[in-house]
Design a binder for this molecule. Structure first.
Ligand code: Z5A
Length: 210
């Protein structure tokens, strides 16, 4: 998809409340200190159109959405994000740190909603061609602990209202993907306190020879 990719594409995944948002900021600071130019972004969202699609996706005020619609909206926002933001940044040599990406579609729409993973793979190829993250940090913790952390912040969104079984399937799918692609995935045990989690992150960053 991009023959001129010079930067690195790093994504962050996990069940809700796992600490992605908190720790991406920590990682961005470390990488900037090391002299890298960073683009910090998120999915669904990242562009004006993508953020508008995000509002539809997380809204509790709209009628129940068909699972196929949800999947296609995720990939619609992703196409916009890739072409307008991610690919241009990678071509400029920036390191793109993205809070969730296509692995979330496999975990939530695939394992969570029950959509055939092969259909998601077809969309992945259609929208991304051969572009895949270079590295993915999986913040792993038991789904009920993550949900409790997320809920302690206040109002829940449409996804956070799902049954715990849904999030257990999401977590299992993430762990399966991490197991099958050890070169790309780095698993962070996110059940510990923030300081311990950030020690793990620092050691992964050191290993990746940043
Ligand atoms: N989604 C999808 O279905 N398909 C897709 O393809 C994509 C997304 C791309 C919105 O994503 C929804 O979109 C998401 C999946 C779906 N479902 N939901 N909900 P999102 O990434 O914006 O939403 P999120 O996963 O819910 O983010 P989050 O709840 O903000 O989680 P987080 O970023 O991993 O956690 P955090 O905000 O950093 O931390 C949560 C709280 O825990 C906060 O108060 C922290 O201070 C606290 N925290 C963090 N770390 C710790 C530790 N170590 N100990 C104690 N407390 C901690």
């Amino acid at each position: 998809m991009s023959k001129n990719k010079q930067g690195l594409f790093i994504t962050f995944e996990g069940v809700e409340g796992a600490g992605k948002t908190t720790n991406i900021a920590f990682i961005a600071d470390k990488l900037q200190e090391a002299g890298h130019e960073i683009l910090l972004t998120r999915e669904p969202g990242g562009t004006t159109t993508g953020e508008a699609i995000r509002e539809i996706l997380i809204s509790k005020d709209l009628p129940e959405m068909h699972h196929t619609t949800e999947l296609l909206l995720m990939f619609g926002a992703r196409a916009e994000h890739l072409h307008r933001k991610i690919i241009p940044a990678l071509e400029q040599g920036k390191w793109v740190l993205c809070d969730r990406f296509t692995d979330a579609s496999y975990a939530y729409q695939g394992a969570g909603r029950g959509i055939d993973l092969n259909k998601i793979a077809q969309l992945e190829t259609f929208v991304q061609d051969d572009l895949r993250p270079d590295y993915t940090f999986l913040f792993d913790l038991e789904a009920d602990i993550g949900l409790a952390r997320a809920q302690s912040r206040g109002e829940t969104d449409r996804f956070e209202q799902q049954h715990i079984d849904f999030f257990n399937r999401v977590r299992a799918q993430y762990l399966k993907m991490a197991e099958s692609d050890k070169a790309r995935y780095r698993i962070i045990n996110a059940q510990y306190d923030l300081e311990t989690v950030q020690q793990q992150i620092s050691s992964v960053l050191d290993d990746l020879t940043f």
